[in-house]
Ligand binder design. Sequence first.
Ligand SMILES: Cc1cc2nc3c(=O)[nH]c(=O)nc-3n(C[C@H](O)[C@H](O)[C@H](O)COP(=O)(O)O)c2cc1C
Length: 337
Amino acid sequence: MDTDELTQSVWDISEDEFPDDSPLGEQAEFLLRYAILAPSSHNSQPWRFAVRDDAIEISYDETRWLEVADQNKRELFISIGCALENLCIAAEHFDIGYEITYHTDKDDDLVSTVTLDSDSEPSFSRPPELFNELTERYTSHQLFDDQALPRRTREQFHRVLEEDDVTLYLIYEPEQKRSIGELQADADEAQMDDPAYRKELGYWVGIGALGSSWLMARIGQAFVSHFDFGEREGRKNSKLIEHAPVIALLATQGDTPAVRVKTGQVFERLALLASVEDVAVHPMSQILERPEMRTKLATRAGTGEELPQHLFRLGYVEEERTHTPRWPLEVVSSTER
Ligand SMILES: Cc1cc2nc3c(=O)[nH]c(=O)nc-3n(C[C@H](O)[C@H](O)[C@H](O)COP(=O)(O)O)c2cc1C
């Protein structure tokens, strides 16, 4: 993996450069410039794209899988789903129809094929205003203000869910948030206690994926890799949960790679809608990374038979938008003509 090529320049895209009169294959490559802006766990960007005529194949890149934190590849498939959703939103914006096929029942790294068709209409239309947020969205790690989300915003969140197999739970009850915050503290301690977890996190901090300058990233890597600061991290993160006006949880009936990809699509759609509404978003994965805690989360959040897939805070914060870097498209995509 070439770690030197992470760059911020991917965020400067002008839609005027869309190649209107070019073949679909070239247009597909332009759409992928939006796909790579998707969020991913530790900003690992575990996607690979291959453009073959009018079809885009999306595979996962095993070298960017978080083997320790994400043992059953839940976060990997959710991250791929986020990139897929960005691709759909960009295609709709430029009036290109598409069909998505999920291949995740097969035992290889091919996740999905998106077949573009200038003449077809997508079966479900995303709100058009999401497109502008593709280059604006970012993850916030701050303590959120104690300000409730208006009912209109909450209703909008529920309305953009198209997938029948993914359910959105919005949790406001202080007691319920407190008990999830407690679980978060336990999960942080357990994860940070594990030297392999710290080493993996340190690697991603060290290559600058999480956005600091090179020197700060190196210092960060040394700190994260060598010190067990789980208790401090746990205290901080449980406070972040308890003080957020809303904790959101996406849950699914099954636990297949396909429902995880769809969870990623739903999450990204919600994150972009949140960005339209100036609502900050912060995924928190440590509870879900520990199987025994994932079960406790299901009980505390009241998901019944459904399995928790992705947990994130929603709220308001005064903050400058800052972007984490990405590998440029040439690194993660290939074209066959
Ligand atoms: C599946 C998934 C899990 C994530 N888990 C966490 C997490 O546990 N803690 C956190 O601070 N951010 C988490 N994030 C946010 C990523 O760190 C963030 O998307 C990435 O660094 C890219 O930055 P950006 O979202 O600002 O573009 C997660 C994102 C995804 C898609």
